[in-house]
Ligand binder design. Structure first.
Ligand code: ATP
Length: 364
C-alpha cells in the first residue's frame, strides 16, 4: 500500500508552486563564440577566439556582474550583444528576437534603436571632447530618430536629472569641464536617453575614487528600479560587484567558467578559478567552512608544466588538474543547485582534494 498522500504534491513541486514565476530572460546567449581574426582553413573560429561557447541569461530588472582578468572576453560579449561585432557561432536572443543572426544592415538598425546600450570604460576617452553635455546626451536620440526635437530636449533634461545632474548647470559644459564622477553620470545619461531595456557598463567605476564608486554603483541600482532596466556590470574584481549584483558570471581566457547567484558563488565557489579570486580578496570571501587561501589553490611547483592550450582553460594553473582535464569541460548546472553552473569536471568534488593549510606559509 502506498504511504504517499494522494492529494499532496512532492515538496519541491509545492515549493516551486509557491515561488513567484521567473520572468522570461530579456537576453539569452547560447554557445556564443566571437573571433576578431579570420577563421583558419577547416575551422569555424579564428586563431585565439576572444570568446568561446558562452551561455548567459539576463532577466528584466536584474543586475548581472561579469568578472575576469584583462583579455578574458568580457567586453567582447557586450560588443556582440550590442551588435558591434558579429558572432562566429552561437545565438543571441534579445526580448525573444534573434539578434545574433542579423545581417549587417539589420544589425546596425538594431544598434541604432538603442534598446541595448553600452557604457564604455573611460568617459574621458569615450565622450567626444568637442560636444556639450546636451549634445552628448541627445546624440543617441538623434541617431534613433524616433522623437521630435522638443521631445528629445525634454528627454535629455529628464535623463540628466535621473543621473543626479542639474540640466541647467551642466547643459553647456564639455567633458573636460566636469569632474570624473560627473563625466561618468553624463555617460550614463547618454546611455539611458533611449530608454534601453538592457545596459552594459564596462568597468563603470574603475576610473573613480572610492566615494564616487559607491555613488555610481548606487545610481545603477536606482536606475534599474526606476527604469525597469537590466544591467550587466563588467568588472576586473569581484569586490565592486559584491554589494550590488544579483548574479555573477566569471570569465577566464574567453570562457565563462562559473555563474550563479552572487552570494552562493562567493560563499562556495564551484570552480577553482573563482575560489582563487575570492581567496585573493578575503574581504569578500563569505565561506566559513574552510579558509581558502591562494597558497592552497596553486599547483604543486614540482608538478610537470601543463601546456596552456591543452584542454580546460584553467588546467595549467589548477592544482586539481588530472587526465580528464585534457578536454575542456562544458558548463553544466551543479547537481545540488541547478541555478548555478560551473565548467569544471570536478565542480562539486575539488574541495575534497584540497591540501591542508600550510601554517608556516599562512602566517608568513
Ligand atoms: N578589436 C579587436 N581586434 C582584435 N582583437 C581584439 C579586439 N578587441 C579585443 N580583442 C582581443 O580579444 C580578447 C578579449 O578581449 P576583451 O576586450 O573582450 O577582454 P576583456 O575581458 O574585456 O578585457 P579588459 O578587462 O582589458 O577590457 C583579448 O585577447 C583582446 O586582445
Amino acid at each position: 500500500m502506498s504511504t504517499t498522500h494522494p492529494t499532496r504534491a512532492p515538496h519541491d513541486v509545492r515549493l516551486a508552486a509557491s515561488l513567484p514565476p521567473t520572468p522570461a530572460p530579456l537576453l539569452r546567449v547560447r554557445g556564443l563564440s566571437v573571433s576578431y581574426t579570420p577563421p583558419r582553413k577547416g575551422t569555424h573560429l579564428g586563431t585565439g577566439a576572444a570568446l568561446r561557447d558562452a551561455d548567459l541569461e539576463v532577466r528584466p530588472g536584474e543586475i548581472v556582474g561579469i568578472v575576469g582578468e584583462t583579455g578574458s572576453g568580457k567586453t567582447t560579449l557586450a560588443r556582440a550583444t550590442v551588435g558591434l561585432v558579429a558572432p562566429a557561432a552561437g545565438e543571441i536572443e534579445f526580448a525573444g528576437e534573434d539578434i545574433g543572426g542579423l545581417r549587417r544592415r539589420a544589425r546596425r538598425a538594431f544598434r541604432r534603436s538603442g534598446q541595448v546600450q553600452l557604457v564604455f570604460q573611460d568617459p574621458l576617452r569615450s565622450l567626444d571632447p568637442d560636444l556639450t553635455v546636451t549634445e552628448l546626451v541627445r546624440e543617441p536620440l538623434d541617431i534613433a530618430g524616433t522623437l521630435s526635437r522638443a521631445e528629445r530636449g525634454q528627454r535629455v533634461a529628464e535623463s540628466l536629472r535621473l543621473v543626479g545632474l542639474d540640466p541647467e548647470a551642466v547643459a553647456d559644459r564639455r567633458p573636460r569641464q566636469l569632474s570624473g564622477g560627473q563625466r561618468q553620470r553624463v555617460s550614463l545619461a547618454r546611455a539611458i536617453s533611449t530608454r534601453p531595456r538592457l545596459l552594459f557598463c564596462d568597468e563603470p567605476v574603475s576610473a573613480l575614487d572610492v566615494s564616487n564608486r559607491n555613488l555610481i554603483l548606487n545610481l545603477l541600482d536606482q536606475l534599474r528600479t526606476e527604469l525597469d532596466l537590466a544591467v550587466v556590470i563588467i568588472a576586473h574584481d569581484l569586490s565592486s560587484l559584491a554589494g550590488i549584483a544579483d548574479r555573477v558570471a566569471v570569465f577566464y581566457r574567453g570562457r565563462i567558467v562559473e555563474q550563479g547567484p552572487i552570494r552562493a558563488v562567493l560563499e562556495e565557489p564551484a570552480h577553482p578559478y573563482t575560489a582563487l579570486l575570492t581567496a585573493s580578496a578575503p574581504t569578500i570571501a563569505l565561506g566559513h567552512e574552510d579558509r581558502l587561501t591562494p597558497d592552497r589553490l596553486r599547483p604543486d611547483p614540482d608538478r610537470p608544466a601543463w601546456p596552456a592550450d591543452l584542454g580546460c582553460v584553467f588546467a595549467h594553473r589548477c592544482p586539481f588538474a588530472h587526465d580528464a582535464c585534457a578536454e575542456q569541460p562544458r558548463s553544466a548546472p551543479l547537481p545540488h543547485a541547478p541555478q548555478r553552473q560551473s565548467a569544471c569536471h570536478d565542480a562539486v568534488v575539488w574541495r575534497e582534494r584540497l591540501d591542508p593549510p600550510h601554517p608556516q606559509k599562512e602566517s608568513a
